[in-house]
Write a protein that binds this ligand. Structure first.
Ligand code: NAP
Length: 421
């Protein structure tokens, strides 16, 4: 990382950095580029936002020089925009436990690359079937650019087959070509990257619970009910006969959750014990709060039929056995149910159902009169740093949907700006 330069949150990337090519990057490609053309000899500034693995509110920007072209078998993408929600913080919090740090290695033990969902454009490609100028949706690091090695290239997109990604969950290695995505609409990009990664969980979680006849429950109790993944699940279960939903949330977010209108009951965390215990109950936990889980188990006692650990909005620790009475908390991971439904319905059937549900959901949330969402579009790495710190601190407004644009960041006056002598 000899030529990489870094700047901590709040500082500008300094001058003089990146005057040399990054040695590691250069030598990786050097043997493939005996005939340097003019374009290859120019250099590209690649900016990356790194997160301190054990203090997720701390980030730093790093800039370095790389080649402007792709090596054989490689594509170079410029990341254009992405969304930030608590889910991204959870990726980082579970970076070790769930291998999320391994998707985009930084080469630095202390610093990781927080994954986000967004759109990127191909700058250069040496891969048949992927052309410069094409746009893809998928899982990216917070960075200006990324190099990938596409395989299984089809009209729908490709999988990144870089060696370190091969053992990782394949759903995250898949990149969708926007021109062949039935659910894509240019004017909905912000909604897609904000909700799609969450709504796939909402949709599949609702399906998983229904598929299992709610484990005998007639009441669902949902924690961190103000989160987008939680209310997406509630949206999917609306109008389902025989099931009622109770929301538990923080006092400050209670008015927002009541306003959603998708939960039959809404209580603050302090009032959990006021919820009735007269019906078989299923706990859907998006908070990950251990003390809350203990209270749920003790309050509902024999009425608690299933404990579904679906999120960890309030806790950076992974699920652990604390010897509670009642059903053992079961970790819910969307890709598992996706695999099951791919086998049951076929991938086309899964896509068709998911796309229809997602479109109905997005149409609903984007309608201002419904009051579910205020979309906030910010620009640049500095805005991303601020938002991450605010999400880690729990200071986010549940109605806000936050997306970051990187286009033009290098020219903008934000703190990721890099100047040269
Ligand atoms: N299992 C899966 O496959 C899967 C997939 C997607 C998402 N998820 C999980 O679902 C959870 C929600 O993610 P999201 O992106 O939908 O969240 P979001 O919309 O950003 O939700 C924010 C809400 O989470 C709670 N919260 C967030 N940070 C907090 C903090 N530091 N302290 C206290 N409360 C905090 C608050 O809810 P309250 O005030 O209501 O508590 C807040 O309104 C995450 O843990 C995410 O990882 C799981």
């Amino acid at each position: 990382m000899a030529s990489a330069s870094t700047v901590k949150k709040g500082q500008k990337v300094g001058q003089k950095m990146g005057q040399k090519m990054d040695q590691a990057t250069h030598s990786n490609h050097g043997s493939n580029h005996g005939n340097h053309n003019d374009r290859a000899e120019q250099s590209l500034t690649v900016t990356r936002l790194l997160t301190r693995k054990h203090a997720l509110n701390e980030s730093q920007l790093e800039a370095r020089r790389e080649r402007t072209d792709a090596a054989p078998g490689e594509v170079l993408l410029k990341i254009d925009r992405f969304a930030l929600t608590t889910n991204n913080i959870t990726y980082a919090a579970f970076g070790d436990a769930m291998n999320y740090w391994q998707f985009f290695p930084t080469g630095q033990q202390e610093w990781g690359h927080m994954p986000v969902w967004g759109f990127a454009d191909v700058v250069d490609s040496k891969v048949p079937g992927v052309a410069a100028g094409e746009r893809f949706y998928g899982y990216f690091p917070i960075a200006s650019h990324i190099r990938m090695q596409p395989e299984r290239v089809t009209e729908r997109g490709f999988y990144d087959a870089l060696e370190h990604r091969r053992p990782l969950t394949s759903a995250y290695n898949q990149y969708t070509r926007v021109t062949h995505d039935a659910a894509y609409a240019p004017e909905l990009e912000n909604y897609q990257m904000l909700y799609r990664p969450l709504f796939i969980t909402s949709f599949m979680l609702a399906d998983f619970l229904e598929d299992n006849r709610f484990f005998g429950a007639t009441r669902l109790v949902v924690s961190s009910a103000s989160s987008k993944t939680a209310y997406g699940t509630a949206f999917c279960l609306r109008d389902l006969p025989g099931i009622s939903l109770a929301a538990i949330t923080s006092a400050r977010n209670r008015p927002f959750v009541e306003g959603l209108g998708c939960y039959a009951e809404v209580v603050g965390y302090d009032d959990l014990e006021t919820l009735p215990t007269d019906a078989p109950t299923l706990y859907v936990d998006f908070s990950g709060d251990e003390a809350l889980r203990a209270r749920v188990h003790h309050h509902f006692g024999g009425a608690l039929v299933y404990d579904c650990f679906a999120g960890s909005a309030q806790n950076t620790g992974f699920l652990r056995d604390t010897g509670l009475p009642g059903p053992k908390p079961e970790f819910y991971f969307a890709p598992v149910q996706i695999r099951k439904r791919n086998a049951d319905w076929g991938p086309e059937g899964v896509n068709r159902r998911f796309n229809a549900a997602q479109r109905a959901f997005i149409d609903y949330v984007k309608t201002p009169a419904n009051g579910w969402l205020t979309l906030i579009e910010a620009q640049g790495f500095g805005a991303a740093q601020d938002r991450i710190a605010s999400l880690v601190a729990g200071g986010s407004e549940p109605k806000a949907g936050y997306v970051v644009r990187l286009d033009g960041s290098e020219r903008s006056n934000d703190r990721a700006r890099m100047t040269e002598e």
